[in-house]
Design a binder for this molecule. Structure first.
Ligand code: NZQ
Ligand code: ZN
Length: 392
């Protein structure tokens, strides 16, 4: 295990009706004027937004609202949010929604206290200062409720990029699993897929002797394999929703990723898919993961065989571990299909003729084009093209 510092001070309020504590938590973490940021309307329709507003009113905390965050959130609304917060003297941002709303809130929070263009952070500048953020989560998926990350799409060029920094960790996150019961089945499945991918991205490591985090990852994926089908069958299964919601946080606040190198190839290739075709992030990952894993498997067959045996119930073929490794990838793919995920380019609406452009964009970093994508393995543009071709 490598050395690490880990400081993840988000306060979690978990369970039924916890959204009614939003006002108290904003006060506890020093907010005196709030921007409530939300998405395309699900929180209005469910009545959640009204309950959150009431809890702020009960604490006499003034607020303004900005809705309209789209899935795969865009830079335009971030610029609008920054202007609004400055004009109104906002000192706390409350995200009510999914990963997209939380990520847009984080970008606004950093932009308000920064003299330059907020996009600098999405070109690699670490986020060291931001307004405090709180979240009321409505979908178990991205893990942004506990992560120091945010992903935004720059409309000029449709580049989807991430920014990171400890200032992006929410001060508090309210996780009421019942709020996820209104999700369409497809979004529920996209969330489960994203959670599984966050775990795989950490499992695929070049660091030896990381049994504790390996076991945590395996345990969380196993939980998704049992709890996922329960919510797909019965969307009102509160207990299964609760297990998935906490797993979504655990999968991505990096408690499973400390002290080990990580991969992120599937995410890097997926971000170009959701930037170009505006597909759901989880759906793009379902297409990307089996292809990435098949392509990189030879780099460490035993690691893929280990997860195949421990998580996917495969029998170890000691003569030919590659067979076991491949079986594990196939079982993952079949699981994704069983919860209704796409697994091919065509199912996603992606096009073979776009592959050269997608592969090029994976390597674009600001004004530069890198030669290599670093992860579990080292990838050239040619490798990336071949992986996209495996998704056809
Ligand atoms: O916009 P509304 O109307 O709220 O509808 C949303 C949206 O259409 C809907 N939804 C959410 N909760 C609902 C609901 N509908 C009914 N009932 C509910 N309770 O679901 C749709 C998807 O929402 P979104 O916020 O986009 O989902 P998700 O949480 O999967 O976020 C995806 C974004 O997060 C990024 C992705 O790239 C993508 O842009 N990621 C962020 C990460 C991070 N910050 O750490 C890491 C991830 O790897 C990921 O890249
Ligand atoms: Zn993800």
């Amino acid at each position: 295990m490598t050395n690490f510092d880990f400081y993840a001070p988000t306060y979690f309020a978990f369970g039924k009706d916890k959204e009614n504590e939003a006002g108290k938590l904003v006060k506890r973490f020093g907010g005196s004027k709030v921007l409530i940021h939300f998405g395309g309307g699900s929180v209005v329709r469910s009545g959640l937004l009204d309950r959150v507003k009431k809890s702020l009113e009960a604490e006499a905390i003034p607020y303004i609202e900005l809705g309209g965050v789209m899935p795969n959130p865009r830079s335009g609304l971030v610029y609008q949010g920054i202007d609004l917060c400055r004009k109104e003297g906002v000192d706390f941002i409350l995200a009510v929604g999914g990963g997209s709303t939380i990520d847009s809130s984080k970008a606004i929070a950093a932009g308000v206290v920064y003299d330059g263009d907020f996009w600098d952070f999405y070109l690699g500048k670490p986020v060291t200062k931001a307004l405090p953020i709180g979240t009321v989560l409505t979908i178990a998926a991205a893990g942004s409720e506990g992560s120091p990350d945010s992903v935004i799409t720059l409309e000029d060029g449709m580049l989807k990029r991430g920014a990171s920094g400890e200032a992006y960790r929410p001060k508090f996150s309210i996780l009421n699993p019942a709020l996820t019961q209104t999700l369409p089945p497809y979004q529920t499945a996209c969330g489960i897929t994203d959670i599984i991918c966050h775990l795989y991205e950490r499992y695929l490591t070049n660091t030896p002797d990381v049994e504790t985090t390996d076991r945590m990852i395996e345990g969380l994926i196993l939980a998704m394999i049992t709890e996922g089908p329960k919510v797909m069958k019965n969307p009102d299964d509160y207990e299964a929703r609760a297990n998935i919601m906490w797993a979504g946080m655990m999968a991505h606040n990096n408690s499973c990723g400390v002290g080990r190198s990580q991969d992120w190839t599937s995410h890097n290739l997926e971000h170009e898919l959701s930037a170009k075709y505006d597909c759901a992030h989880g759906a793009g990952l379902a297409v990307a993961m089996p292809a990435v894993f098949k392509y990189t498997m030879k780099h460490d067959v035993n690691r893929f065989a280990k997860i195949a045996v421990r998580v996917w119930g495969c029998q170890m073929d000691f003569e030919n571990p590659e067979t076991t490794a491949l079986q594990g990838i196939e079982r993952l793919k079949q699981f994704l299909i069983s919860i209704g995920m796409p697994v091919t380019f065509a199912q996603l609406g992606a096009k073979a003729e776009d592959i050269p452009e997608l592969a090029h964009k994976v390597l674009v970093h600001g004004d530069e084009v890198n030669d290599t994508l670093w992860g579990f393995t080292q990838m050239s543009k040619d490798d990336i093209v071949k992986i996209y071709e495996l998704m056809l």
